[in-house]
Ligand binder design. Structure first.
Ligand SMILES: *Cc1c(COP(=O)(O)O)cnc(C)c1O
Length: 408
């Protein structure tokens, strides 16, 4: 392939991509992941790849801890404190400090907890600002909570007004387009309006330097760029200024000051533990711990630099073949590129059949995520070449690709 590079005006060929890979300061990290042969995996923004160390850590949790220690694992293997110990390890990835992040449950549950807590901290206000284009579960959880409480207005971000809002809930990076909000300036706007700010960092954590320390709450999942595996637990950050006053409406026994006192009345724990809910998913935490072992050695500034280079290379190589839905400025997008095609579904199926794995988001978006720890410049080259081939030769018109699978 020898397309014109739109940014530099130069041609980028496979040889040059191999040279970029050889000079990549993150290149050694690829060996820490198990990836199938012949696959270019551009779905790390949906389910991250398997770290090589994870199977052994999970085996250990199953056989040595569960099998060997039985119920003693709660004490001897730290199961009971995992929501807090993994929270402390994860905190630097979002600009937080120790004792500010609790891990467990799912992002949807964490959103419910954060929005509910924020509403109780602003009892005189009745407006929740949310983004209808956000990943639907965020907006659905807001709708459910507003319905339960009654008397709340859910205002769409597009209306542009934060005045009277109790809380503003947004994603740093949009799951569909990859567009990125400027966290400090939006947080400042929310605070100036007297609202509390909740950030969802599902599509930014692990892809760039994230800093939610100015916000009131933040939530995110660990199975996308963080590579903690399918069904891995989510996290909730609560700014320390709210630790004494914020309430956790999901007041399960692990949020109690003394869970093993088995008291009749709920008394919240001090600090971030009051946002724990109940028994942690111990086996999933093992996979998260293995993923964090990798992240502790990763320079995030290099991740962001490579991410922007990878997405820019892909945009340049695809050229004008498809409409770019993501922002053209790499600084204004996350680690993904979204392209539009009216027959996006069969196009993606044809691509996957040829070893290039992206995904499709209705009605017409082709999504490609670039996880800088294991995606190489040569992979980007090959993915773009395959995409152009599928389009040029209309390979997607094969009737095999017309039927829809349950998960795309
Ligand atoms: C992936 C994602 C979720 C996932 O929610 P779960 O409750 O963990 O299934 C939520 N919000 C956003 C913005 C996401 O990207």
């Amino acid at each position: 392939m020898g397309r014109r590079n739109r940014t530099t005006g130069e041609t980028v060929d496979r040889e040059q991509c191999l040279a970029l890979d050889a000079a990549d300061p993150l290149r050694a990290f690829r060996d820490e992941f198990m990836l199938p042969e012949g696959v270019v995996y551009l779905v790390g923004n949906s389910l991250g790849a398997l770290p090589r160390r994870t199977p052994e850590r999970v085996r250990q949790a199953v056989e040595d801890e569960w099998g060997g220690q039985l119920v003693g694992g709660w004490n001897h293997s730290g199961w009971y404190t995992q929501p807090l110990t993994t929270g402390d390890r994860l905190a630097p990835l979002i600009g937080a400090g120790p004792g500010q992040v609790v891990v467990g449950n799912t992002t949807s549950i964490a959103i419910f907890q954060a929005v509910a807590a924020a509403l109780r901290l602003r009892p005189e206000r009745r407006v929740i600002v949310s983004d209808v284009r956000n990943f639907p579960t965020d907006h659905y959880m807001v709708q459910g909570l507003a319905g339960l409480l009654g008397g709340y207005e859910v205002r769409d971000l597009a209306e542009g007004r934060f005045d009277d809002a109790a809380v503003v809930l947004l994603s740093e990076v949009d799951y569909r387009t990859g567009a990125r909000h400027d966290v400090p300036s939006v947080t400042a706007r929310a605070h100036e309006a007297g609202a509390l700010m909740i950030w969802d960092v599902c599509h930014s954590v692990g892809a760039m330097e994230v800093d939610v320390s100015g916000a009131d709450f933040a939530v995110g999942c660990t199975y996308k760029y963080l590579n903690a595996g399918p069904g891995a637990p989510a996290f909730l950050y609560v700014n320390p200024r709210h630790h004494a006053d914020a309430q956790n409406v999901l007041s399960g026994w692990h949020a109690h000051a003394e869970p093993f006192a088995f008291e009749a009345g709920f008394r919240p724990a001090e600090g971030i533990r009051r946002f724990a809910v109940s028994t942690p998913h111990v086996l999933s935490f093992a996979a998260l711990e293995a993923a964090l072992d990798v992240w502790e050695r990763v320079p995030m500034d290099q991740v962001r630099a490579k991410s922007m280079a990878l997405t820019s290379l892909f945009v340049d190589l695809v050229g004008d073949a498809l409409e770019l839905v993501s922002p053209a400025d790499p600084a204004a997008r996350g680690s993904q590129v979204s392209l539009r095609h009216p027959d996006g579904y069969p196009v993606m199926r044809a691509l996957i059949d040829r070893g290039v794995h992206g995904d499709f988001r209705a009605p017409d978006i082709l999504r490609f995520g670039f996880a800088p720890l294991y995606i190489r410049y040569a992979d980007v080259h090959d993915a773009a070449a395959t995409l152009l081939d599928v389009l040029d030769k209309e390979l997607w018109k094969d009737e095999r690709y017309a039927t829809r699978l349950a998960v795309t």
